[in-house]
Design a binder for this molecule. Structure first.
Ligand SMILES: [Ca+2]
Length: 118
């Protein structure tokens, strides 16, 4: 395979992965929005506190898994992949394997709004 074809394949794969990430982010934001509006009167702080079962102000992998189940994202076969994907994408500052309110709620909406994906 020459370099040009290799490069095109790489770019194609990169676009495919990004498109799929965008769709997942859009699905997550829309499901979260619907859930919070229905169950917590649109109050994301109340919802975050509800998802934070051990009340340490962070959402760990187990809490995220339960939250995704409640907002209707993924299923028993895919939810672990969702948790890993969300952690890889959003656990940034600080990278501590738990999500703060800013990392989970503010960042997902910021990214979705800035890329016009809502
Ligand atoms: Ca927690």
């Amino acid at each position: 395979m020459n370099m040009f074809i290799k490069w095109i394949s790489f770019v194609g794969l990169f676009c495919l992965v990004n498109a799929s990430q965008d769709n997942h982010r859009k699905q997550l934001v829309n499901s979260l929005k619907k859930y919070v509006e229905t169950h917590h009167k649109g109050d994301y702080i109340v919802a975050f506190k509800y998802f934070d079962k051990n009340k340490d102000n962070h959402i760990d992998r187990l809490e995220l898994n339960l939250a995704l189940k409640q907002i209707g994202v993924g299923n028993m076969f895919t939810r672990t992949r969702w948790v890993n994907g969300i952690m890889n994408l959003m656990d940034i500052k600080p990278e501590d394997d738990v999500l703060s309110f800013d990392e989970l709620i503010v960042a997902s909406f910021d990214q979705a709004i800035h890329t016009n994906k809502i």
